[in-house]
Design a binder for this molecule. Structure first.
Ligand code: HH2
Length: 262
């Protein structure tokens, strides 16, 4: 999954693709590099980020989504807002990626009425304050419990299990130790029986371990994501698609998922 942030303030690439033509051409470049899904977002969720008015979010996301859907691409829309979800689904989004796991007003009803897939992410607290004092007794157990409860809520509302993806939410109300525990224990989330998405690309956990700034975390991201794949992750949400794709080709050749030419 290639990341397309149509925002002025994303931590990783804020302001680079705010113009919709730039965002579309960036997305097409990610597809050329091997992205199977594009995740388009119009609101930053980085720690401390301000929320974006609904109309502004729609103005950022819809033109980019429309252009990509027209080209037959699979697009996910990263939003917490039910109206944005609805309009994105009407425009042809294949998936809604909600960092609040459909806990917002009318969110679950909106997705239930559609055929779109849904990514349910765990977050402790809210983006404005989530990194202040994240506390867990057993982070893997608690995140797993939360995601199991959200899967059950979705199924009860009428969302088929085969439309659901789950995500531990690396960096969302978690210290470095919490993130590492979740990565190490990712197989316990995989055991819930729905695909797991991992989103670690360029995040501060990689910076804390390497001492590198945001624009130099590509190699660290590849290593972390391979560890996630080893533990059963199915979707990797990344900025650096070309690097990740090469790493996966080697990985899959070793693990026998791609047999190659005789
Ligand atoms: N991380 C970010 C945004 N959306 N969605 C899911 N499912 N999982 C994640 O880990 C995740 C996410 C934050 O990364 P980014 O989009 O690069 O930054 P920003 O939120 O500042 O736009």
């Amino acid at each position: 999954m290639g990341i397309v942030n149509v925002t002025p303030d994303s931590f990783s690439d804020g302001g680079q693709f705010l113009d919709s033509r730039q965002a579309v051409s960036h997305a097409l470049k990610l597809v050329e590099q091997g992205a199977d899904i594009l995740d388009v977002g119009g609101e930053s969720t980085r720690p401390g980020a301000a929320s974006v008015p609904e109309m502004e979010e729609l103005k950022r996301v819809l033109p980019v989504l429309e252009a990509l859907v027209k080209r037959g691409l699979a697009v996910s829309v990263d939003t917490q807002n039910a109206r944005v979800m609805r309009e994105a689904i009407d425009t042809g989004a294949a998936m809604i990626n909600d960092v609040t796991a459909l806990r917002g007003i009318e969110a679950i009803e909106t997705v239930t009425k559609s055929n779109a897939a849904i990514c349910l992410m765990h977050m402790q607290g809210e983006p404005r304050t989530m990194q202040e004092v994240p506390v867990y007794q057993d982070v893997v157990h608690e995140v797993r419990g939360f995601l199991a409860e959200r899967i059950a809520a979705c199924e009860q509302a009428g969302i088929d299990r085969n439309r659901i993806v789950i995500d531990p939410g690396f960096g969302f109300g978690k210290t470095l130790e919490h993130n590492l525990a979740l990565l190490k224990g990712l197989n316990r989330l995989v055991a819930l029986g729905v695909p797991v998405l991992a989103g670690m690309s360029r995040k501060s956990m990689l910076g804390a371990l390497t001492g590198k700034p945001v624009d130099q975390r590509e190699y660290a991201g590849v290593a972390a994501n391979l560890a996630a794949v080893q533990r059963g992750a199915s979707i990797l949400r990344v900025h650096d698609v070309a690097a990740m794709k090469d790493a996966l080709k080697i990985w899959q050749a070793i693990e026998g998922e791609i047999t190659g030419e005789p």
